[in-house]
Design a protein around this ligand. Structure first.
Ligand code: ATP
Length: 765
């Protein structure tokens, strides 16, 4: 009963009135959702009202419920954390008399569609309100407070829910609005703590939010490379104190200068007793003699600017929610808008609320197995342990696993190398890196280095690529490279990188007939900020880069635009021929347009956009415009041309400036998403490699992998991990343009145009 949907054709429904409300705890990205909802509603000729201060505003009415116009929600909104229409916890709405008042306030304005952004409490309240609607209106009619025909005019209250919660604790969506931003805040703090902890050889207990849900603690623990985590769904068995101390000591013994423990605020032991940060500290001081400090992050996690992911999620969910309301009839089930894979889905609201409640009940009853199952944390926990607990299993036959990087550096490469190294060592194998990619084997110096557990200790948080990366492909000197592989007797190879890494794998596969040294399993881990690798929706480094671009567009460019009135900025992003960064940064920063190679445009389109920009400066009284271009968007109508065109044609209304972002986009610290994805890719890649080595090793220990499926690429497709043979991917890749033939994110482009007030009509794909 889930409906697949995405932003479809313009609705033909008659004018509807929609109220938008944010309720419960705030979360970064709520504003982006409100903005998208308001604009999508107006685009569809509906009237839209913002209810200020949550259900309290609904109960009070008056000025708390205000009709919105297009320019009420300017670009600045998408960039702000929290909710600018306010939120509150409202006791009055819990009582029927409060809901009677709320119904009167809606009917009085002709509103019978309600979009609620909040947690499970807020959505339960909305559902109750909807169920009681007839009763509430009947009471109001009897009291003579609303016209007699109100029930005929407004027979039903349509509702739709969006989940805004930093805890990611709601069943029905893979991600809630705000969770990714909270992870950004946690990692920013952790980065700061790690430097001081390392200087003093200290242990830190980092307490993060999550009373009932361990998502933030688990994911940040994985992304920091913590030594131990406590989450409510996996309470430690008796004796955890000794096990934790032993684990921390073992980490120090293999060379760690510090230890980090991440603790969810709702952590409990197997008997349901709370485990506090203070208690953990006492244990560490007493039994492990470690200088231990506590940092409780608290509301920092709710604050700050939303991440690129949350802005895009908010935009997509807000727009989809409005479409769902516009399509509602008296018989429509109320929905929650969720994210599944890369798609927006509509899921029955009460089913989600019930599942979420069942989970809470399972926790209350100490049925932790059921809770863990419902949360689906099992695999992430295994990856966490494999990457952070040093526990090599004895192994009869040690395989020699080789890692190399090819192409430009990207955030997350180091993290992936760390995970491959540690997961392989824990499986009992040896890991080597070739420095500087294939060039490393061509040089006369020995560029092969053994990787130890401690070599990669802090690589999860390091940008760039510490083993060096070069663009050189193996085809430059296949013979010498084969000789290098033979010399070091590698059993399997991991290549980390972008399109060149993929291409290198195809070349090695082709060269197998000539050089038996390549008869080894090979796996590619996609890592490039361009996000142009076939077989994966996301490459490592892309998310970090997107966040850098969005941050630059917001903090640097917007602020300079505030000083200089009436300015249009043209910002050029990297990406080769792939327009992913320009498109997604455009959506995340509320840009007016994003020009990319994959969507052809001509001079008429550009002239139309100039006219549109001038009209905006005149009518909407805005003071700035933002245009994104992809570096190879067009041979002739490129960034320079677009800048000059807007500068000249718009000179009476605005000045135009160009910014080419360049290498800053390679980012510093990898984003939480890139760190986690790197571990997941590494886990899948290592499992593939070890399995295929076992399947293809001869009795004399020499490798004999001949089937093409033994050369593959690990990718994230619709947010599930998939290993694809490179032979399959060759058919879906455009080698000339160095992009995949189909790209999933192209369908988000119309939404960006609509939110930028273009007269856009578009068809569902
Ligand atoms: P968070 O996850 O941040 O706590 P939430 O939406 O679950 O968000 P709650 O405090 O549970 O936060 O609910 C917010 C508001 O929703 C309440 O203050 C109340 O006005 C309304 N509400 C919650 N539960 C109900 C209910 N069962 N009946 C009516 N109204 C409710």
């Amino acid at each position: 009963d889930q409906q697949q949907c995405d932003h479809g054709t313009k609705s033909n429904a008659p004018t509807k009135c929609i109220a938008v409300i944010t309720s419960g705890g705030d979360a970064q990205g709520m504003n982006a959702a409100v903005r998208a909802a308001v604009r999508m509603a107006i685009y569809n000729d509906a009237r839209v009202f913002a209810v200020h201060e949550g259900y309290q505003g609904l109960v009070e009415g008056e000025d708390f419920i205000k009709e919105m116009t297009w320019s009420n929600f300017l670009i600045v909104l998408i960039l702000k954390g929290g909710t600018i229409i306010g939120t509150a916890r409202c006791q009055e709405f819990r009582a029927k008399e409060g809901r009677i008042k709320a119904a009167k306030n809606l009917v009085g304005r002709g509103i019978s569609n309600l979009m609620v952004i909040g947690g499970d409490g807020s959505l339960t309240g909305a559902n109750l309100f909807r169920r009681e609607w007839t009763e509430l209106l009947t009471i109001l009619i009897e009291r003579g407070e609303i016209p007699e025909n109100s029930l005929i005019e407004y027979p039903v209250l349509n509702i739709v829910g969006l989940v805004g919660s930093i805890d990611n604790d709601f069943c029905g969506t893979k991600m809630t609005i705000g969770a990714d931003s909270a992870l950004h805040r946690i990692l920013e703090c952790a980065n700061a703590i790690i430097t001081t902890a390392s200087s003093h050889r200290r242990t830190f207990v980092l307490e993060v939010m999550g009373r009932r849900c361990g998502y933030l603690a688990l994911i940040s623990g994985l992304a920091i490379g913590a030594d131990w985590i406590f989450i409510p769904e996996v309470p430690p068995e008796d004796g955890w104190e000794e096990r934790m101390c032993a684990q921390l000591k073992a980490a120090r013994n293999v060379g760690n200068r510090l230890n980090i423990i991440v603790l969810a605020e709702g952590a409990v032991d197997i008997h349901g007793n709370a485990i506090t940060a203070e208690q953990v500290k006492q244990i560490l001081v007493k039994y492990a003699q470690q200088d231990t400090r506590i940092t409780v992050l608290g509301h920092v996690q709710r604050g700050g600017s939303p991440s690129a992911f949350d802005r895009i999620l908010g935009c997509r969910m807000g727009a989809e929610a409005v479409l769902s309301l516009l399509e509602s009839t008296v018989d429509t089930t109320p929905f929650v808008i969720g994210l599944q894979g890369n798609d927006m889905i509509r899921v029955p609201l009460m089913e989600c609320v019930e599942k979420t409640r069942n989970l809470a009940k399972a926790m209350d009853e100490h049925n932790f197995e059921a809770a863990l199952d419902l949360r689906n944390f099992g695999n992430t926990l295994s990856i966490f342990k494999g990457c952070n607990y040093y526990s090599p299993i004895p192994c009869d036959q040690k395989f020699r696993i080789c890692i190399m990087a090819v192409g430009a550096p990207a955030a997350g490469m180091n993290a992936a190398i760390r995970s491959v190294t540690r997961l392989s060592i824990n499986q009992g194998h040896e890991v080597f890196c070739i420095r500087d990619g294939f060039e490393g084997l061509l040089s006369d110096t020995d560029n092969v280095q053994k990787m130890e557990w401690v070599t990669v200790h802090d690589w999860i948080a390091k940008g760039g690529c510490d083993i060096g990366t070069k663009r050189t492909l193996p085809s430059v000197n296949m013979e010498k490279i084969a000789a290098g592989f033979k010399k070091y007797k590698f059993h399997g190879l991991v290549i980390i990188g972008g399109f060149e890494a993929f291409k290198s794998a195809t070349q090695l596969l082709e060269a197998r007939n000539t050089f038996e040294a390549f008869a080894i399993p090979i796996i590619v881990i996609p890592a490039t900020l361009s996000n142009n690798v076939p077989g994966t929706d996301y490459s490592l480094g892309t998310d970090t880069s997107l966040n850098v671009i969005v941050e630059v567009c917001y903090h640097r460019i917007r602020q300079s635009a505030t000083a200089a009135n009436h300015r249009v900025f043209v910002v050029e992003t990297m990406g080769g021929n792939c327009g992913y960064l320009a498109t997604m940064a455009g959506l995340a920063s509320g840009a007016d347009a994003a020009y990319i190679f994959e969507e052809k445009y001509n001079i008429n389109d550009l002239q139309g956009d100039v006219a549109h920009m001038i009209a905006k400066f005149k009518q909407d009284k805005i003071h700035r415009g933002l245009l994104l271009t992809n570096e190879f968007c067009s041979r002739n109508y490129d960034t320079d041309f677009i800048t000059r065109l807007f500068a000249d044609e718009g000179k009476e209304y605005f000045t135009t400036r160009k910014n080419v972002l360049g290498h800053v986009q390679q980012g510093g610290y990898p984003s939480p998403f890139d760190r986690v994805l790197s571990s997941r890719f590494a886990y899948a890649a290592t499992s593939f490699l070890i399995r295929e080595i076992k399947n293809n090793i001869r009795g004399d220990g020499v490798m004999n992998a001949s089937h093409p499926s033994t050369v593959a690429l690990v990718g994230s497709q619709n947010r599930s991990l998939r290993i694809s043979p490179v032979t399959d991917l060759m058919a879906v890749a455009d080698f000339d343009k160095r992009i995949p033939k189909q790209q999933w994110w192209m369908r988000l482009r119309p939404l960006m145009r609509i939110l930028a007030h273009h007269k856009q009509t578009f068809q569902r794909e």
